[in-house]
Design a protein around this ligand. Structure first.
Ligand code: SF4
Ligand SMILES: [Zn+2]
Length: 377
């Protein structure tokens, strides 16, 4: 046959879509940016107010390490995750130890803290990502200092041997898993998560068997989903996963550089969520979860900015502050006084999203005069 076969291709190996989409992230410029980081210093170390597992308010230190990064990202990667911007694939065990020493020195051995979150932009106890001898030191030292430890993991990286190993070195620590959505189709087609809800359930069982605490992250408004659908689905996911978790942290989408969501956003095919949707989700879930012993946490990263969850521009800081307060107090009365004219604009958008067949939703640019926004360009 002739050379041209049209959509049947020419017989050569097919290229996966994620290689095409991710190609610019692996350009010399992008690589040299990643490799410009100092591998002996962590990305950041800071303290925030938190709650201990029994609900007592405390101070938590967060240490974000410059690791080799998530094995899943190197293979494929979640559509929204920009953690790879902060990692170096040549980080050595020595570097990881000096980053950990730096964090201890900077916080004066975690002075005044009762909790420490050690985040590695991937799975803490995955040996390809982080050296096992380093994992062991962090687990043991934090246990000896009497600090409650929080680490992150992907569900499929939780194996019975590894979870047992972790629990023996730091009994009772919290393992946070980024489930993002409690729906296999969304996990596969919207998030590209790399594991299923079944694998997540298996991981949760392993953690429970070893008396470890379960923290679950959900993503508010994955790509290819309207605002109305996001509110409806995330609220029901939240209520469902709360039964299996000690705490659920819902992360409203924020657009991280060089991700697939970033491309959609720049192409006007994605809008970050409204802050009003987060308030509504919390109110509905709080009401439905009465009697369930699970804390809901929402920290809108870049809240009030165009790349984070935002409203009209004038009410944003007040709404973000109320959401942050709720995350610590767990009291829905934090939202009682909130009021702004953009609320009706948001309600109309939800109504349209849920009643008219427009997959990506009706959302438009929401800063400025709402009447001008609905006028034809
Ligand atoms: S969200 Fe987590 S699992 Fe997904 S690519 Fe990022 S670090 Fe890896
Ligand atoms: Zn407003």
């Amino acid at each position: 046959m002739a050379n041209s076969c049209g959509i049947l291709g020419d017989g050569s190996k097919a290229v996966k879509i994620h290689h095409l989409v991710k190609a610019p992230e692996n350009t010399p410029k992008s690589i040299s940016f990643r490799e410009s980081w100092d591998a002996s210093r962590p990305v950041t170390v800071y303290k925030t107010p938190e709650n201990l597992p029994d609900g007592t308010p405390c101070t938590a230190a967060t240490v974000i390490l410059r690791s080799k990064g998530c094995a899943w990202w190197w293979k494929s990667g979640c559509t929204f995750c920009g953690y790879f911007n902060d990692v170096r694939d040549d980080v050595s065990a020595d570097d990881m130890f000096s980053q950990w020493d730096y964090a201890k020195k900077k916080t004066n051995q975690f002075e005044g803290c009762q909790m420490v979150k050690v985040y590695t932009s991937g799975t803490f106890f995955e040996d390809r990502e982080n050296p096992p001898e380093w994992q062991e030191i962090v687990l043991k030292e934090t246990a000896e200092m009497g600090l409650h430890l929080v680490v992150e993991a992907q569900a499929q990286m939780c194996t019975p041997e590894k979870i047992e190993w972790v629990a023996a070195r730091h009994p009772g620590c919290t393992v946070a898993i980024g489930l993002e959505a409690y729906d296999d189709s969304v996990l596969r087609f919207h998030v590209n998560k790399g594991f299923t809800t079944k694998q997540w359930h298996r991981a949760v069982e392993m953690l429970r068997e070893n008396d470890l605490r379960v923290k679950t992250y959900l993503l508010f408004k994955p790509p290819f989903m309207s605002e109305g659908e996001a509110l409806k689905h995330t609220t029901s996911w939240l209520v469902d996963v709360a039964k299996y978790s000690d705490e659920v942290s819902v992360n409203p989408m924020n657009i991280q550089k060089n991700t697939i969501v970033d491309r959609l956003f720049r192409n006007k095919e994605y809008r970050t969520p409204w802050l009003w949707s987060l308030v509504e989700m919390i109110k509905r879930a709080h009401h439905e979860m009465e009697g369930v012993n699970c804390r809901i946490i929402v920290h809108p990263t870049a809240g009030g900015k165009i790349r984070g969850a935002h409203n009209c521009g004038s009410c944003d800081s007040e709404v973000v502050a109320a959401i942050e307060r709720y995350s610590v107090s767990g009291d829905p009365e934090e939202f009682n006084h909130l009021e702004c004219s953009c609320e009706s604009h948001w309600r109309a958008e939800l109504e349209n999203d849920l009643n008219l067949p427009v997959t990506l939703g009706f959302g438009t640019f929401r800063r400025g005069n709402p009447t001008d926004l609905v006028r034809a360009p």
